[in-house]
Structures are given as structure tokens and as C-alpha cells.
Design a protein around this ligand. Structure first.
Ligand code: SF4
Length: 373
């Protein structure tokens, strides 16, 4: 099992653009959830397989106390064999990180921090309903560096309501001036039932035009590349050696164990998903020992489709030889016409080794990928 994911679904307040399932961290609920996650973890023991990546995502995993994180990690070490250089990531909200907590996390073995900065402009942070101010992220990064963190990632969101290209450029200029190894830049989406979607309906907010979004995306690629961040996925940019190993596992369709409410596991054949909301997850773990409420075993055709969809998200694309080894057929056998038509439109590059979307067309990756469905 190369990857293990822990979901910590608690947030102190709901960001107005977010549709992830999250819950307020009522102390009794957090305690019960923590117990359930430990119980779920104890269901597994795969000491024969090396774990290369552990990821604490959410929600807000930086609300996890050091003592609880320690217990989870110790339990994990007793059930799985961890690669000596395993990547251990924790997503963190700059609002609730303290130097003391950062220090504890570092000492416990967290070696990659993923900071939800989202913007470096106070007005944009206010629009996004974030609780921190612009200088806070720089301050946290400085402290993390002093404490020894050598792998820091920053998340940013672009195409915010009323954001200009110049405004987004200032964000990019700020992030490349910071000592970070990785940047994830996401275009704002407008999921239904969020406060943002409501404001859009009432005409208070308007999404930027596709042309404006595209201009921001291209500027992101340009500025990050010029500053040593290589794009390796639609939204991900890294200095050499600092690609997210955990996310790469997903894009390479590798097995990963997901623990916690709503977490998804994949063992190479079957995908399983745990129940939500939090109280149902806890109840199922306590009474049934398992919270799995959905499971599907992929047919060979579905696996082929997924391998393509996931690989085309990355700049290296689909490794044709690997595909042939895994599925015992060439990718052209099944998708000859689709590939030919995308190549003709300059949306896909087809070489002897790989199929990939050229960098200047990466903004259209979702549309290209849909052609394979
Ligand atoms: S902190 Fe993250 S997960 Fe929580 S509400 Fe905000 S965006 Fe969603």
C-alpha cells in the first residue's frame, strides 16, 4: 500500500466557496472521531508493503493536537512498514498554526507542509472569508523554515470575483519570492449550495470570463516556470525533486488506503468509500468495524479509461509502454480515432513513448480528457 490518507473533516468555520463536507470541531465529536479513526487504522496491518506517502487532509488537519497526531502516527508505524524517506504531508490553515504546534509537528515527523494561503491580498482573503491576513503566510513559512521544514507547498486560488490580471500577478510575484518548493494554483469553481453560488444567483458576484481565466492560467504557467517551478500537473508546480508524491500516487492510479469519513481507498482493483457525515462514520466503525458504504470493482475497460484520464492530467502524460504492459494492448487499439482527432487540433502530442497535452493547451485539459470518456 504505497499511500495512506487520513481525513480530518473539522473546520472552525465554513469558507463561502467551499463545498467539501466539513463539521465544526465540537470536543466530544472530535474525541469520538479520533477514536474511530484509530480503530479503523487498527483494522489494517500490511507490514509486508512499504508506505511511501502519508497525507493528512481535510477539513483542517492543523486543528489536530500534537498528542493525537503522535498516537495516530505511532499506530500507523505499528501496522505498516514506512519507507525511511516517506513523504508525510499535513495540510495546514495559516490561521491556526502556532510556532509551538509547527515545532511539535516537525518533531513528530511531518516533513511536508501544505499551506492554504489562497491569496496574498487582504481584500481577496476577506472575499474568500479566510481568517488570516496576507502577512501571516510569510510569517508561518519563515517559522517553519527556522524549525527545519524543507518541503513547503502553498495553495492559491485565482479568478476570484473582481480579481484583475494585475492583482493575480501580484499574488504570483509574492509566492515566487517566498522560500517554498511547491505551488498549487486552482481556478475558483462555483459549486452549488455554497455562499458564493448564492451570491452569483443574486447577481452580487460574477465569475470572470473564460478569456480572463485563461489569461490568469497562462500567466501562472509563465511566472512559475520563469522562477524554477516546473508544471507537472494541471494545477501543480514544483521545484525539482519536490513533486507531491502523494498526489502523484493518485495520478498514477496507485493503491492508497483512505481512513476517516468520506475517505476513498483503492487497492489496484476495487475502490471503496467511507460513509459521511462524521456521526455516521463513527457509528459504523463502532458497530460494524467498517464504515465502507460504497465499493466498486473496476472492469479492465474502466481501468484503461481511468489510467488515461489520470495520466493526461500530468505534463508527462500517458506512458504507452506502461499502459501496454498493464492492459496487454496498445492505447491506439482502443482510442485511435480520438487520438488522431486531438492531435490534428494540436490538443495532444503523440510520440513513440507517450501521449500528453502540450503545456500551452493544459488549460483545456478537462475538455481533452472528456474526449476519452
Ligand atoms: S478551511 Fe478548507 S476545507 Fe475548511 S471550509 Fe475552508 S476551504 Fe473548506
Amino acid at each position: 500500500m504505497p499511500g495512506v490518507y487520513f481525513h480530518w473533516p473539522f473546520c472552525r468555520k465554513k469558507c463561502p466557496y467551499c463545498d467539501f463536507f466539513t463539521t465544526f470541531p465540537f470536543p466530544d465529536l472530535v474525541e469520538a472521531y479520533y477514536g474511530a479513526v484509530l480503530q479503523e487504522l487498527n483494522n489494517y496491518s500490511e507490514l509486508d508493503q512499504e508506505v511511501t506517502s502519508v497525507y493528512f487532509g481535510g477539513g483542517t488537519p492543523s486543528l489536530l493536537s500534537a498528542s493525537r497526531l503522535d498516537r495516530i502516527l505511532q499506530t500507523l508505524y505499528s501496522r505498516f512498514k514506512l519507507h525511511p524517506k516517506a513523504e508525510i504531508t499535513l495540510e495546514a490553515n495559516p490561521e491556526n498554526l502556532t510556532r509551538e504546534r509547527l515545532n511539535d509537528y516537525f518533531k513528530l515527523g511531518i516533513n511536508r507542509l501544505s499551506l492554504g494561503a489562497q491569496s496574498f491580498a487582504d481584500s481577496e482573503l476577506a472575499t474568500l472569508g479566510r481568517g488570516h491576513r496576507a502577512g501571516r503566510v510569510e510569517h508561518i513559512i519563515k517559522q517553519a523554515r527556522e524549525l527545519g521544514f524543507q518541503n513547503i507547498s502553498v495553495d492559491l486560488i485565482f479568478a476570484l470575483p473582481r480579481q484583475t490580471l494585475a492583482g493575480w500577478e501580484r499574488n504570483l510575484a509574492e509566492v515566487v519570492s517566498l522560500p517554498v518548493e511547491h505551488v498549487s494554483a486552482y481556478c475558483l469553481s462555483w459549486p452549488e449550495k455554497t455562499v458564493f453560488a448564492g451570491k452569483r444567483k443574486k447577481g452580487e458576484f460574477a465569475p470572470l470570463s473564460e478569456d480572463e481565466e485563461l489569461a490568469m492560467y497562462r500567466l501562472t504557467q509563465e511566472i512559475l516556470a520563469a522562477n524554477g517551478f516546473n508544471q507537472y500537473e494541471i494545477s501543480s508546480f514544483a521545484r525539482s525533486r519536490f513533486r507531491s508524491r502523494h498526489n502523484s500516487l493518485y495520478w498514477e492510479n496507485q493503491p492508497c488506503l483512505g481512513l476517516g469519513a468520506g475517505a476513498v481507498s483503492y487497492d489496484g482493483k476495487t475502490r471503496r468509500r467511507n460513509a459521511v457525515p462524521v456521526r455516521k462514520y463513527i457509528k459504523d466503525i463502532l458497530h460494524k468495524g467498517s464504515a465502507v458504504d460504497f465499493s466498486e470493482t473496476l472492469s479492465p475497460e474502466e481501468k484503461m479509461g481511468e489510467a488515461i484520464l489520470l495520466a493526461l492530467r500530468t505534463s508527462s502524460g500517458l506512458d504507452k509502454q506502461k499502459y501496454r504492459r498493464e492492459f496487454n494492448q496498445c492505447v491506439e487499439q482502443r482510442y485511435r480515432e480520438t487520438i488522431a482527432s486531438l492531435v490534428k487540433e494540436n490538443l495532444l502530442i503523440d510520440t513513440v513513448e507517450a501521449l500528453y497535452i502540450p503545456a500551452e493547451k493544459m488549460a483545456l485539459a478537462d475538455a481533452v480528457i472528456r474526449e476519452f470518456l
